[in-house]
Ligand binder design. Structure first.
Ligand SMILES: Cc1cc2nc3c(=O)[nH]c(=O)nc-3n(C[C@H](O)[C@H](O)[C@H](O)COP(=O)(O)O)c2cc1C
Length: 356
């Protein structure tokens, strides 16, 4: 079998020696939002990946929705993240930071009792992960039109901070039912201002954020993650194909480093997702495409061979296999991931998965 996984590729300014990408993975091991030493160890163990995408990283206190997630809004974050980027670069790796605002997927306990913000005052079904355990989502506060430039500015500043921290670029988290996805979809966005209604209006915030981030990083160091078939975090749209083909056509104008698509997962299909196939998306989007979602080596090789993607990201496999690149190459056995240690905790289930 030809192994395109090991063919180098340039994603904009990012020069990847292989097409095996470490997917963004929230691990909740940064107390008080400060990245820790074990995070530097964890990421540098995985430096042979073609590209490491960091765990989702809130751009502002308002963007926080889970305990112990690392931030990128102040100097302490920049200084602490530098240990990770230095450790990854010392091992000849490349790493981008995933920029995150959770929107309504939060809880007043993260905001001194204030409500989380969202495009519209519509509560998500389900529960927030809070420092004191699971609690039902509350009805968020709809953002006023004149608050939105401030959020765009938070993204811009966070991107600037990411570069100062030594990251090679950023990925805008537009997936999985968080703030930017909430604006895209009519299930969560029922605004009547210039950020709601038409496809153009619902995509406006994502486009403004993209332009602001490009202004500091250059388009060739910016990626965007979207989940057109996703249902996670109670996200829904009456016609996802319409909004996502619109968004992809618009993103063509930016010449981004890459677009990162989360494929429909089993859970999405169970939740009645309107699945948009990769071939539909690939026809619309002309730039580099990373795909993610349930891939193993065989499926990854197949999706590259079919020309449906340019690189493949692995989530759970990267949690358990720091040397995934070597293991695939040698067709070696893989460690399996222990879901009990995915979120929070210490070194265990984090930096103790063995390499070959
Ligand atoms: C523990 C865990 C944490 C995750 N955190 C993030 C995240 O921070 N940002 C994100 O975009 N996706 C996140 N995801 C989704 C993964 O990036 C990926 O899309 C998903 O796991 C499917 O890929 P896989 O089948 O290769 O694991 C997370 C998934 C897991 C299992």
């Amino acid at each position: 079998m030809t192994t395109q996984l090991y063919t180098p590729i340039n994603l904009g300014a990012l020069q990847l020696p292989n097409r095996i990408i470490m997917a963004p993975l929230t691990r909740m091991r940064a107390p008080n939002s400060i990245p820790t030493e074990i995070m530097a160890t964890y990421y540098s163990q995985r430096a042979s990946a073609g590209l490491i995408i960091s765990e989702a990283t809130p751009i502002s206190p308002q963007g926080v929705g889970y305990p112990a997630t690392p931030g990128i809004w102040n100097q302490a974050h920049i200084d602490a993240w530098q240990k990770t980027t230095t450790a990854v670069h010392e091992k000849k790796g490349r790493m981008v930071l995933q920029l995150w605002h959770v929107g309504r997927i939060s809880h007043p306990d993260f905001h001194d009792g204030a409500l989380p913000v969202a495009p519209s005052a519509i509560a998500a079904k389900g529960q927030a992960v809070t420092p004191t355990g699971m609690q039902s989502f509350v009805t968020p506060r709809a953002l006023a039109t004149d608050e939105i430039p401030g959020i765009v500015e938070d993204y811009r500043q966070a991107a600037k901070n990411a570069l100062a921290a030594g990251f090679d670029g950023v990925e805008i988290h537009g997936a999985n039912g968080y703030l930017l996805d909430q604006f895209l979809r009519d299930g969560t966005n029922q605004r009547t201002d210039i950020y709601g209604g038409s496809l153009e209006n619902r995509a406006r915030l994502l486009m403004e954020v993209t332009k602001a981030v490009i202004a500091v990083c250059g388009a060739d160091r910016v990626g965007i993650r979207l989940s057109p078939s996703g249902t996670f975090n109670d996200i829904a749209d009456s016609n996802p194909e319409a909004i996502f083909t619109y968004v992809l056509a618009e993103l063509n104008h930016f010449n981004l480093a890459y677009l990162h698509i989360v494929d429909a997962l089993e859970g999405d299909i169970r939740h009645g997702a309107k699945v948009i196939t990769l071939s539909v998306l690939r026809k619309v989007y002309q730039g580099n495409l990373i795909v993610c979602g349930g891939y193993d080596q065989l499926r990854a090789e197949a999706v590259l061979a079919e020309g449906m993607a340019d690189a493949v990201a692995f989530g759970q496999l990267y949690i358990a296999n720091p040397d995934l690149v070597a293991r695939f190459q040698q067709h070696a056995a893989l460690n399996s991931a222990d879901s009990a240690t995915f979120y929070g905790g210490d070194e265990r289930g984090y930096i103790d998965y063995p390499s070959l």
